[in-house]
Design a protein around this ligand. Structure first.
Ligand code: ASP
Length: 332
């Protein structure tokens, strides 16, 4: 039987054209652009496409767009074997992370891809990314949310954008790649095995969250303002999860957690993990009741917090689930 794949267009460079008056790139009608890839017409599979209502530069992405995307997947889930989401690269790692939490018990491929150069431009990377993503989605081997970019298939919630210029725009710093596309596509053993459970949608994402990045010289007032601005805060600390050994810092974090704030500590480093209590300088977080987010990316930590705060959970349940591996986002 022919495999059926649904392309979901959300915008991004892949489908943009130049606004000659302003000399900037703007989203375009994707139907026209698909004509630029005749190779997609494949006798072995049926390919349909659909678009979110207003395709956007992914810098304009927000949780409402994520809800629109997961609803499109849910409404078409039983009809299609896999889904390819065309998305701008700027926030692709956030969207892939968020949607990995929003689609629970996923048993089909949801592959995000995009490009650094628009699809109609001669040196574009869009064709390869798009064609291979469609083949991966149709392979039957992938049953999770991934990003495919420049020959590599990454676990969606482990991925970060690392380059604005190279075709290799993404990396999965703390998790092995899931497949590599050369002459053949080689699938690795790290792929999720799938589930028989029924797909469940979580569409409530709270944006009552913030990120606090430490830097030498940061003022207590700055930290206070960020913590006061939200219920849940991701702290990007130094190295293996360290912060200054300063009584004022300790008191501030302690007061925050005692007053119902949910704080989670991850490292600013691209590779490696926050480790609770490795150095005296990370003891502060443990003493203050800050959750250790280990090797989660900022993208995964913030969207996991949005997802958990959107659910009807107690603070104790949220803190406990933050430490758990919900969708492959953390090494425990
Ligand atoms: N600004 C674009 C976007 O994220 C960049 C891209 O697609 O590569 O939508």
């Amino acid at each position: 039987m022919k495999k059926k794949i649904l392309l979901i267009y959300t915008g991004g460079t892949i489908g943009m054209i130049k606004d000659t008056a302003k000399n900037t790139l703007i989203p375009f009608n994707f139907d026209e652009l698909l004509k630029a890839v005749p190779e997609l017409k494949n006798v072995e599979l049926d390919l349909d496409n659909i678009s979110i209502q207003n395709p956007i530069d992914s810098s304009n992405m927000n949780p409402e767009n994520w809800v629109e995307i997961v609803n499109l997947i849910r409404n078409n889930y039983s009809t299609y074997d896999g889904f390819v989401i065309l998305h701008g690269t700027d926030t692709m790692a956030f969207s892939a992370s968020a949607i990995s939490f929003m689609l629970e018990n996923l048993n089909k491929a949801v592959i995000f891809t995009g490009s650094q150069i628009p699809i109609g431009v001669r040196r574009t990377d869009a064709k390869e990314n798009l064609i291979t993503s469609v083949d991966i989605a149709a392979s039957g081997k992938v049953k999770e949310v991934c990003i495919f970019f420049e020959d590599q298939l990454y676990k969606g919630n482990r991925t970060v954008k690392i380059n604005t210029e190279h075709f290799e725009a993404f990396e999965s710093p703390n998790y092995p790649i899931l497949a590599e596309a050369g002459v053949n596509i080689k699938y690795k053993s790290y792929l999720e095995k799938g589930t028989e459970k029924k797909l469940k949608l979580n569409t409530k994402m709270s944006n009552n969250v913030a990120v606090l990045k430490l830097f030498p010289g940061i003022r207590i007032e700055t930290i206070k303002a960020i913590i006061n601005s939200a219920k849940g805060v991701v702290i990007e600390s130094y190295g293996a999860g360290n912060a200054p050994t300063n009584e004022d810092f300790l008191r501030l974090f302690e007061n925050a957690t005692e007053n119902g704030k949910i704080l989670i500590n991850i490292t600013q480093c691209l590779h490696g993990s926050a480790i609770e209590g490795k150095y005296e300088t990370s003891e502060l977080f443990r003493k203050a009741g800050v959750i250790c987010g280990k090797d989660m990316t900022t993208e995964a930590a913030i969207t996991k917090l949005m997802f958990l705060l959107g659910k009807d959970l107690t603070d104790i349940e949220i803190k406990s689930q933050l430490k758990e591996n919900l969708s492959g986002e953390i090494t425990i």
